[in-house]
Design a protein around this ligand. Structure first.
Ligand SMILES: Nc1ncnc2c1ncn2[C@@H]1O[C@H](COP(=O)(O)OP(=O)(O)OP(=O)(O)O)[C@@H](O)[C@H]1O
Length: 442
């Protein structure tokens, strides 16, 4: 019982010493672990700047949370330090996150403003896109020397900036129509969409990909070192049980090899420990944290990343998997998809469209498929699976705006799926009222 006369806030924290290092990207590490090879490729690509050659364009890619931005910033700072020591003219802009810009105009305007004084900033509208490009060229020529522009999440670059920016800008010096004569421009693009380069025009591809640096996921041992470094700063001495960091590292390695996720697990585990009024973070807290984080991540997919049709397809695939007695074939997924779309008053698309949605989900790593040959009968069929635990997916769906699409007995079906009590129940063909009984689509 809470005594309402008391103030429940605590002014002390028995668990955390300094939370900042665990917080999302607001902390720059002093040490970068396990990226020696990538750093040396980076240094090699930028070495030209220090000795007076033209800068290279560099494309940095790899999955999320594997140190692309952290390494880029570290290398950038070292390059600036060296250039200053050697008196080499160098002006670096960024990393600028392309996700924040909707058009070439807004992206270029913000770059121009990076060069300009506060009292001389460009307004958000009022010029043509060609005009703002001209301003950018003028600013670049005015600072002269080497100008490096670092664009993060370059896969989100506004489509109308793709060619002008990624191809024309690095060549502006050679183009007689620009005022750039002495400045040398180098572009560094960072992306976690591995397919991004494939969709670029070949000439843009070869410009940006002059040098490519690939970052792979971390393994459990590497994550253990990295998470250990952050945990030492973030937690009070002696509060972490020995297994906490290795377990958080093992979980994140199993998932995506992503540091950010490991840091979130540690932070959440610490919070569970704090809520339990103890002064030790245990393995159990890490397990609890992992479960919550997985549901939260899936919830983000439902709310932010997936279109409503993709979300329904994802949910239908999950239902098809937990459904007793048969496989998650395209037909089954389609039946369930149409039923939940209909029962939640959303448009029902064709089976051909469903293939597209499944394909998109598989590109995002949420769904995978296995092809089965039907032997002498001929033909083949696809069996679908989800990459996350169906329990977490259903929990996330129930917390999301798609909760009205989750059949009311889904949890019960899930329970029997988990208990492996496959029943003989036939697949519900939605036109058959008897079969509709398996799922309660309301
Ligand atoms: N090798 C490492 N050593 C120390 N800290 C690291 C290392 N790799 C990643 N980090 C830390 O992990 C977090 C995520 O890394 P970072 O932002 O660089 O990932 P990213 O690959 O750029 O991800 P995204 O593509 O999502 O932007 C940051 O706090 C970063 O400082």
């Amino acid at each position: 019982m809470v005594d309402l006369g008391d103030n429940p806030f605590d002014t002390t924290d028995a668990i955390f010493e300094w939370k900042q290092p665990l917080k999302k990207d607001t902390f720059s590490p002093e040490t970068i672990f396990h990226r020696d090879e990538e750093i040396s490729l980076y240094i090699n690509a930028l070495q030209d700047v220090v000795v007076g050659h033209d800068p290279n364009n560099i494309f940095v890619f790899g999955p999320t949370g594997v140190g692309k931005t952290a390494v880029t910033k570290w290398v950038r700072d070292k390059l600036q330090e060296k250039a200053a020591e050697e008196g080499v003219p160098l002006h670096v802009i960024g990393p600028i996150n392309c996700r924040n810009y909707r058009s070439a105009y807004s992206l270029v305007t913000s770059l121009v403003n990076e060069f300009r004084e506060p009292d001389n900033k460009l307004p958000e509208s009022g010029y043509s896109t060609d005009n703002v490009f001209e301003f950018l060229h003028e600013e670049i020529e005015a600072v002269g020397g080497n100008v490096l522009i670092i664009l993060d999440e370059i896969d989100n670059i506004p489509p109308d900036a793709r060619n002008d920016f990624l191809y024309d800008l690095p060549r502006a010096e050679a183009n007689e129509n620009t005022p750039i004569e002495t400045a040398k421009i180098g572009l560094i693009g960072i992306s976690n969409d591995l397919k991004f380069v494939d969709v670029l025009e070949p000439k843009v591809k070869s410009t940006l990909g002059e040098r490519e640096i690939k970052f792979g996921p971390y393994n459990a041992n590497e994550l253990r070192d990295i998470l250990g470094y952050y945990a030492d700063m973030a937690f009070r001495d002696g509060v972490l049980q020995d297994e906490v960091v290795p377990l958080a590292a093992a979980f994140s390695a199993q998932e995506r090899g992503d540091v950010r996720q490991g840091l979130r697990i540690l932070e959440k585990a610490g919070e569970y420990a704090r809520m339990s009024d103890g002064n030790v973070v245990t393995e159990e807290h890490v397990r609890q944290a992992t479960e919550t984080i997985e549901t939260d991540e899936l919830l983000d997919y439902f709310e932010d990343d997936l279109s409503s049709q993709q979300a329904l397809t994802y949910l239908a695939t999950t239902l098809a998997i937990i459904e007793p007695g048969h496989e998650a074939t395209t037909k089954r997924v389609y039946n369930l998809y149409s039923s939940i779309a209909e029962s939640s008053n959303r448009p029902v698309k064709s089976e051909r469209k469903l293939y597209e949605f499944l394909d998109q989900l598989s590109m995002q790593g949420l769904v995978r498929s296995a092809e089965q040959n039907l032997g002498i009968k001929g033909g083949r069929k696809f069996i679908y699976d989800v990459t996350d635990d169906p329990r977490d997916i259903l929990n996330a769906a129930l917390k999301s705006s798609y909760k009205n699409a989750v059949p009311s007995n889904a949890k019960r079906v899930l329970k029997s799926h988990l208990e492996d009590e496959a029943s003989e129940f036939q697949p519900p063909d939605t036109s058959d009222p008897q079969q509709r009984n398996l799922w309660k689509f309301t």
